[in-house]
Design a protein around this ligand. Structure first.
Ligand code: 4NP
Length: 156
């Protein structure tokens, strides 16, 4: 684990349309509120490529907007090998995401990888996939992502 301040983070979920776009937007706003966002690279990606090029799910866009954050400009992309050298940290939302991240880890990888809540808070909680859920499930994801983002900001 790197002890100096981190400069970049990639948030990863399955589809990169529900959870990780929210994490990207919320973490950026948390760092900005703390005046720590200068020169920091924040992005998100999916372990699958089913929605490549799409905007985030409307329910994620709404959950973010209800808290003053605009994520509508984000576009879905898939996790790629270069991410493992260009980011300091790659975080999965749930354990299946973390396993898929490890499966794609190339030999030259330098990034620290792990479960978002564990790295950020020392808690082994997972951020559940809200895709088949309701707006309330997206709001719950927002709250979990906000709490973890506040913890993660201590390392930036
Ligand atoms: P996400 O949610 O991983 O939080 O973006 C999902 C989005 C799409 C699908 C599954 C999960 N999908 O199967 O298309």
């Amino acid at each position: 684990m790197k002890t100096h301040p981190l400069r970049s983070v990639l948030f990863v979920c399955l589809g990169n349309i529900c959870r990780s776009p929210l994490a990207e937007g919320v973490f950026r706003s948390v760092l900005a509120a703390e005046g720590k966002d200068r020169g920091i690279h924040i992005d998100s990606a999916g372990t699958n490529g089913y929605h490549t090029g799409e905007a985030p799910d409307e329910r994620s866009i709404l959950a973010a907007r209800q808290h003053g954050i605009d994520i509508s400009d984000q576009r879905c992309r898939q996790l790629k090998a270069e991410d493992f050298v260009s980011f300091d940290l790659i975080l999965g939302m749930d354990r299946a995401n973390v396993a898929a991240i490890q499966d794609r880890r190339p030999a030259n990888a330098t990034a620290e990888t792990g479960l978002f809540s564990e790295i950020a808070l020392g808690e082994a909680s997972q951020i559940p996939d809200p895709y088949c859920g309701t707006q309330a499930d997206f709001e719950r994801v927002y709250r979990m992502v906000l709490k973890a983002s506040k913890g993660l900001s201590k390392r930036f």
